[in-house]
Design a protein. Structure first.
Length: 314
């Protein structure tokens, strides 16, 4: 059974409810907070990206700083994102035509408007997953692996991603699906996903390198105004990564970790839900108070909020 994790309140009336599951791990890795079906398998969607980046790094991709952060991120397609993606590809001797993610408009609305005014259209490098794809191609180039089939689940790189995912989560990833960008997507239990993000901040090697890059360059993990970027800025030392269909993971510098799945697929309350779980684990989330509730508008002004619900029977 899923819990009511958040509710939409308009002028004092509960208009909608978001059901789902959330799990929190103490710094020793034990489950210290659980609501809903935390042992149910989920498709992690883009919360997988930090581990795909770690796999690319372990495979020898020359990634650091902003380049490693964008490999672990879902960027908003701003010009500085595109320049970084193009630099990763150029150093591997490749161009944007090597990317196998679909063409897309940038998620950043001002950038999209500027492109339209300039008469430009969708492109692969503007797609939010292009940093990950560029990193995958860089890893393939470093090893002499086939470039055209880098999204095949049996490709050496994707086998390394599956290995890293399993190692970080402490379980065998299953099932294998296809993500929206075309990359293989490995299922994990929600608790396993929380263990994985905890590993990112607790372990050394490629895991720690990815976590440090994300924390140092949060604007490459998301972009201007992006919830993941803002959460990491407001809570220094925290790593946060959301994914499609209502999935989000977050971990503090001292190893507290949470994983969220909203069962209707909406991401609008996931950050607030994660913050509530982190606070229940003992983290000081007060600096991120602006993200703890989402305004509900009526006539262009706030008339309510999307708020998290208390633990216990609803």
């Amino acid at each position: 059974m899923y819990d009511v994790l958040a509710e939409v309140v308009r002028n004092g009336f509960v208009e909608s409810r978001h059901y789902g599951s959330v799990v929190g791990l103490a710094s020793d890795g034990t489950v210290a907070y659980a609501r809903g079906n935390v042992d149910e398998t989920v498709l992690p969607r883009s919360t997988t990206k930090p581990f795909q980046a770690a796999a690319c790094l372990a495979a020898g991709a020359p990634l650091a700083g902003e380049r490693l952060a964008i490999a672990a991120g879902s960027h908003t397609g701003e010009d500085f994102h595109v320049k970084t993606v193009e630099a990763i590809l150029a150093d591997a001797g490749l161009g944007a035509d090597a990317l196998r993610c679909p063409p897309s408009w940038p998620e950043d609305e001002p950038t999209k408007a500027a492109l339209i005014r300039a008469g430009e259209g969708e492109s692969r490098e503007r797609m939010n997953c292009s940093g990950k794809h560029a990193a995958m191609l860089a890893a393939c180039a470093a090893n002499g692996w086939p470039l055209g089939t880098y999204l095949d689940p049996g490709h050496p790189l994707q086998r390394e991603v599956a290995r890293i995912m399993g190692e970080a989560a402490g379980e065998t990833p299953s099932p294998v699906a296809v993500d929206g960008c075309g990359a293989p997507l490995f299922g994990l239990t929600l608790t396993g996903l929380a263990r994985a993000i905890a590993t990112l901040v607790r372990a050394d090697g490629p895991y720690r390198a990815v976590a440090d890059a994300m924390r140092a360059h949060p604007e490459y993990v998301g972009g201007t105004g992006h919830a993941n970027t803002e959460l990491m800025r407001l809570l220094p030392g925290c790593v946060a990564k959301g994914g499609a269909e209502g999935v989000l993971v977050a971990a503090t510098a001292d190893g507290l970790a949470v994983a969220v799945k909203v069962i209707d697929g909406s991401p609008r309350a996931t950050t607030a839900i994660a913050l509530r779980a982190l606070a229940a684990l003992g983290a000081d989330t007060t600096p991120a108070a602006p993200l703890a509730a989402v305004p509900v508008l009526g006539g262009g002004r706030p008339v309510g909020e999307i708020r998290t619900t208390p633990e216990g029977p609803q």
